[in-house]
Write a protein that binds this ligand. Structure first.
Ligand SMILES: Nc1nc2c(c(=O)[nH]1)N[C@H]1C(S)=C(S)[C@@H](COP(=O)(O)OP(=O)(O)OC[C@H]3O[C@@H](n4cnc5c(=O)[nH]c(N)nc54)[C@H](O)[C@@H]3O)O[C@H]1N2
Ligand SMILES: Nc1nc2c(c(=O)[nH]1)N[C@H]1C(S)=C(S)[C@@H](COP(=O)(O)OP(=O)(O)OC[C@H]3O[C@@H](n4cnc5c(=O)[nH]c(N)nc54)[C@H](O)[C@@H]3O)O[C@H]1N2
Ligand SMILES: [Mo]
Length: 781
């Protein structure tokens, strides 16, 4: 036994504070191409998974193959690239899953929870795939093997001894199949709670909150083919080169057909500027294609001022070219609130908006001109918008512009919130939602015959607070990495440690397993690329992509362990153990039969008619989306879409205060750290960096490469993230960017987006001070 194990200390909730050996390389102005191909292949080689991974690669995103576990970007409906429909980051995601390394019960005998917590997330992830269910007893220092039956009995006992079902919380990440998701929410509701926070609560909740009451559906309205034939694509607050690389092929195709692109981002992201298509020979050797025709370097949270400045110019152009700029017919027939919307501009000051946006006036004029004289416009957005404190208003303002132009509900035009996890949209369609509608609940009640709870449950932020207040006692996580993905790491750690039981259904080890309740379980499961064999037969599961296409996915790899069961079976066995004879649902049937689950989905959720047949059709099927066809329907506004009056935020910062946006490197999938580089931004071998404007560096008396500590003081509490290296970067003054999860410790649990209650992780006020060794003592105290 090692020394640490005899005197267990508190496991470390954060990455150990150490810097590596930062090397700066050139900031790239184009993405993909040869380096991308090389990088992907080296990922497979490093994991010694070439044979397994290589074989799997050719099945990824192919019809009859499996859905890439990385992002939610759709596959082409018709032809798919024979070279494979994958991207560099899809390969990395696959390499993570296909690895032959294993973390077995033996491994946990040798490694205490405390010792594992001293590793970085990168090191933890590289340990390999989980092979067996594991249990950490009260005051235990090491996870130990447990049988599946005993594990389910422990969960059942903990759930059944609660005073109320609402003391349990059921979290979901976004990879779970439609089938497992449907059963999971069904179980939570039959058990008696709507406490179903999910990763959407940190991701696109803001988009849904803005779109549902305005256009009648909380999803995007465009199809992939709309990108191929459109006039203008605006990409705001999203980094496609890293986070949705296959989107770049769609952008390239759109450009070839004449579309223009405007990119709005505080950082000149490589994937917005240029592109070489690694799926085409000429893309590998040729010059990069220029992507953005116009780049607007907006300040963090300067988007509202920018959008309003653009609207002022559009209205001005319309005055000068009556009937030529705005779609008066669309405004007249399909919208409401136009008069009031127009009136607000009387009080607006254009120059002030320009100033607040941070974008040069000429560039704004150029953008307005592009918008003015184009008719089919698509606006794509990501976390740069949804994770702002006024994100809901920002999405509504984007919609205002599209309404002016009549650019929604017709071909080549519309809204495109680019989803994150590969099945996050499907999870919601399957009713994983802390606020299900009464209609949805009625349908479940009619079909299954139990009374589902009717009151709202906890979202992510409310869940953390409920755990902290000891109102919740059990946390069950279907995938994900709750601790590291959520804000306010110290507060969330305290919250998790108060629980009676934490359960994680996982493919890989992560930090949430190490920051646990009084007892803890890890339940290993199959990943997307694994063969899912039930009763001797290879199964398909289904997922829904960012554009509402539902299709099948069939794994190709042999599971790393015979002791893995799929997520559907985990839910069914948990339900049988917990609910026993009280249940009115035939869990045993669903345990053995995905088709039966799909039949039930068909009965309970509109749009899934003939599910079992259509799921197996080539390319799957589109879910209905009335807004896409120009039919809007909301309770409040009927068949019209409202113009929304929004306010412009005042971003007052003290002299020594900066705004920080937390973001992803090119080498991570959320909390899974593939590698330590951020190639496109010129960073090698370091994650603890802070991007700053050169003038700010100078003003503070720092130098490029200096070590600093970061502080946040929201709610009157000092939050510290020690030891970051300054990197001078083309970013607006007073703005900084860092990587999550390292800086989640600085994001207050109360710093949330208005209305959607998402953590505002791209709007964090910080102070930056020279690094001092004494900081570690201060953190401990
Ligand atoms: N390889 C890979 N793919 C992924 C993921 C991953 O981690 N790795 N994550 C998946 C998930 S779950 C999601 S949600 C998506 C996330 O994909 P994205 O939405 O691209 O998310 P981020 O990289 O966090 O941030 C997007 C951009 O917002 C910009 N930004 C920051 N603040 C502002 C602002 O105030 N205004 C504007 N206009 N821009 C701003 C940042 O500079 C950054 O370029 O990707 C998915 N795909
Ligand atoms: N500061 C800051 N915080 C953020 C963000 C940000 O931009 N800034 N982004 C937010 C966003 S957009 C999101 S979506 C969340 C992500 O939050 P999560 O979805 O909770 O986090 P992930 O890192 O995607 O989860 C990774 C874990 O999922 C497990 N896993 C992988 N595949 C499977 C599978 O097939 N089945 C099961 N059961 N488990 C699997 C593995 O064990 C892995 O360790 O983070 C949010 N947090
Ligand atoms: Mo996300």
């Amino acid at each position: 036994m090692k020394e640490d194990d005899k005197n267990p200390k508190q496991p470390n909730p954060e990455n150990p504070y150490k810097t590596l050996d930062l090397k700066l390389t050139k900031v790239k102005d184009w993405a993909a191409g040869i380096p991308a191909v090389q990088a992907s292949i080296s990922d497979l080689i490093e994991d010694k998974t070439v044979a397994r991974g290589g074989k799997a690669l050719f099945k990824m995103n192919q019809m009859g193959g499996f859905d890439c576990p990385s992002c939610a970007w759709p596959d082409p409906d018709d032809e798919r690239s024979p070279l494979g429909e994958y991207c560099e980051n899809g390969v990395k995601a696959l390499a993570e899953e296909a690895t032959t390394k294993k973390v077995t019960p033996e491994f946990f005998k040798e490694n205490s929870v405390y010792a594992l917590s001293q590793l970085t997330d990168y090191e933890i992830g590289k340990k390999g795939r989980l092979t067996d269910p594991l249990y950490l007893p009260k005051n235990g220092t090491h996870y130990e093997a447990i049988s599946w039956d005993a594990a389910f009995q422990k969960i059942a006992d903990s759930l059944n001894e609660l005073d109320s079902p609402n003391e349990a919380i059921f979290y979901t990440s976004g990879r779970t199949s439609n089938e497992a998701s449907f059963l999971y929410q069904l179980f939570a509701k039959e058990f008696g709670t709507n406490n179903m926070p999910d990763c959407s609560n940190m991701c696109h909740e803001t988009s849904g909150t803005a779109l549902r009451p305005t256009i009648g559906i909380g999803k995007g309205t465009v199809k992939l083919e709309d990108f191929y034939d459109t006039d203008l694509i605006v990409i705001i607050g999203q980094n496609p080169g890293t986070n949705a690389p296959r989107m770049m092929s769609a952008l390239e195709k759109g450009k070839k057909n004449g579309a223009k692109i405007i990119a709005i981002n505080p950082l000149p992201e490589a994937g917005l500027m240029g592109f070489k298509n690694p799926q085409e020979i000429k893309g590998i050797i040729g010059n990069p294609v220029k992507l953005a025709d116009l780049y607007l370097p907006v300040k963090i949270n300067g988007d509202m001022a920018l959008l309003k400045a653009l609207e002022m110019l559009l209205l001005d152009y319309e005055k000068k070219n009556p009937g030529k700029i705005l779609d008066q017919q669309f405004i007249h027939e399909k919208t409401t609130g136009f008069e009031a919307y127009l009136k607000q501009f009387d009080n607006y000051n254009f120059d002030q908006f320009v100033e607040e946006s941070g974008v040069p006036k000429e560039a704004i004029q150029q953008a307005a001109e592009m918008l003015a004289f184009k008719n089919r416009i698509i606006v794509c957005w990501g976390m740069g918008i949804t994770q702002q404190h006024n994100g809901v208003d920002l999405v509504k303002e984007i919609l205002n512009i599209l309404l002016l132009k009549g650019s929604i509900g017709k071909a080549g035009a519309g809204v495109c919130p680019v989803r994150g996890h590969s099945n996050v949209q499907g999870n919601r369609t399957m009713l994983i939602d802390e606020k299900p509608t009464q209609e949805q609940l009625d349908r479940l009640q009619n079909y299954f015959g139990f009374n589902p709870p009717r009151e709202k449950g906890y979202d992510v932020v409310h869940a953390i607070k409920a755990m902290h207040n000891e109102k919740a006692k059990v946390l069950f996580c279907m995938g994900g990495n709750f601790l590291s993905a959520t804000p306010d790491t110290t507060y969330t750690t305290e919250a998790l440690r108060k629980l009676n039981l934490t359960v994680s259904v996982s493919t890989k080890l992560n930090r949430t397993h190490l920051i646990h309740g009084k007892e803890s379980l890890i339940l290993p499961t199959l990943s997307r690329s694994d063969m899912d064999i039930v009763n001797g037969e290879l199964q398909i599961i289904t997922t829904e992509n960012s554009m509402g296409v539902v299709q099948d996915s069939k794994g190709v790899l042999k599971a790393v362990s015979d002791n893995l069961i799929n997520e559907t079976q985990i839910v069914c066995r948990m339900a049988m153990a917990t609910l026993g004879d009280k249940s009115v649902v035939d869990w045993n049937k669903y345990h053995n039969d995905y088709d039966a689950v799909r039949d039930a989905i068909e009965q309970c959720i509109p749009g899934f008619e003939n599910y079992n047949v259509r799921a197996r059709q080539k390319g799957g099927f589109y879910l209905p989306n009335a807004a896409r066809d120009g039919k809007f329907n909301t309770k409040q506004f009927g068949d019209r879409v409202p113009f929304t009056l929004t306010t412009t935020p005042v971003n007052q910062l003290a002299a020594d205060e900066y705004l920080m946006a937390t973001t992803r490197t090119h080498d991570q999938f959320n909390t899974t750290i593939y590698g330590l580089d951020d190639r496109y931004r010129g960073i090698k071998n370091e994650r603890r960096v802070i991007f700053m404007n050169e003038k700010d560096i100078e003003k503070e008396g720092f130098k490029n490469g200096d070590k600093v500590d970061l502080f946040n003081y929201d709610d009157g509490i000092e939050r510290i993230a020690p030891l970051f290296i300054i990197v001078a970067y083309p970013i607006p003054e007073k703005n900084t960017v860092t990587y999550f999860p390292e800086t989640n410790v600085l994001v207050s649990v109360n710093n949330v987006v208005k209305e959607s209650n998402m953590p505002a992780s791209k709007y964090v006020k910080i102070k930056i001070k020279k690094h001092e060794e004494s900081i570690y003592e201060r953190i401990k105290s």
